[in-house]
Design a binder for this molecule. Structure first.
Ligand SMILES: C[S@@+](CC[C@H](N)C(=O)[O-])C[C@H]1O[C@@H](n2cnc3c(N)ncnc32)[C@H](O)[C@@H]1O
Length: 234
């Protein structure tokens, strides 16, 4: 029997930005930052972009770990305000949800922590990874932490319920109204194919709604024009 998948329709980005603004003061994020990974490949002068920085949890940890050249980007004004109140000297930029307003080849490391889950559509995820490739210096690093598909009944039921509406298995709407995505291994591999994997770990994370989820961390190197270590590396 043929299955008709309806298209996900227009971009979710404007609605998503309103959602994050509304919840900026309440949410707590838990994806662990593996500073040992970073320190292995990027020294304290590395220029690090935290894309989707939220209230600045990772920026604070990087600062504590000795990193001194960071930029946070987020499309939520209220997340950035909360971040500013916690790290007054942070360099923060509000973006349009799609582009990275930085020059090409100007960043050594991009963090993408729990952001892909907020971007349900394949093409928007691909665009973001293209933007990341553009701003990374040759040999620069992308560090992704995000959610895999789960196999428990609660998740299977919502994947099945929403696959007809959104056309991608693993995309579903949370009761609070926002559309999110859990990813297949195959999709993560496809998305990260332009990079050369240097570290990978599958683990379990506590989500912002206090549930457990399968998750992964991926560290990859930009291979465009690569020669040796990145600037600021040890
Ligand atoms: C789950 S939170 C994670 C925040 C932070 N990375 C952390 O782990 O603490 C996702 C963040 O990404 C931001 N975000 C989601 N989609 C975005 C987009 N397309 N452009 C910029 N920011 C985005 C949200 O506003 C929110 O602050």
């Amino acid at each position: 029997m043929a299955v008709l998948f309806l298209s996900m329709g227009p971009s979710q980005i404007p609605m998503q930005a309103r959602y994050w603004d509304a919840l900026a003061d309440e949410k707590h994020f838990c994806h662990p930052l593996n500073t040992a990974w970073l320190m292995r490949y990027a020294g304290p002068r590395a220029r690090i972009l935290d894309f989707g920085c939220g209230y600045g949890r990772s920026l604070s940890e990087l600062q504590t770990g000795g990193y001194m050249n960071m930029i946070g980007i987020d499309f939520s004004f209220r997340m950035l305000s909360r971040c500013r109140s916690q790290i007054p000297d942070a360099r923060l930029i509000q973006n349009d949800g799609q582009s990275i307003p930085l020059q090409g080849h100007s960043v050594d490391v991009v963090l993408l922590f729990a952001v892909l889950t907020c971007i349900p559509q394949d093409e928007e995820q691909r665009n973001l990874l293209r933007e990341i490739s553009r701003v990374l210096r040759p040999g620069g690093l992308v560090y992704v932490s995000d959610l895999f598909l789960n196999h428990d009944l609660r998740n299977l039921e919502r994947y099945d319920r929403y696959v007809g509406q959104y056309g991608t298995y693993g995309v579903f709407k949370l009761p609070e109204g926002v559309v999110v995505r859990h990813h297949t291994n195959e999709w993560v591999e496809e998305l990260t194919r332009p990079f050369c994997q240097v570290e990978f770990e599958a683990f379990e994370v506590t989500t912002m709604n206090r549930n457990k989820s399968a998750a992964f961390q991926y560290l990859g190197r930009s291979v465009t024009g690569t020669r040796g270590l990145i600037r600021g590396a040890r």
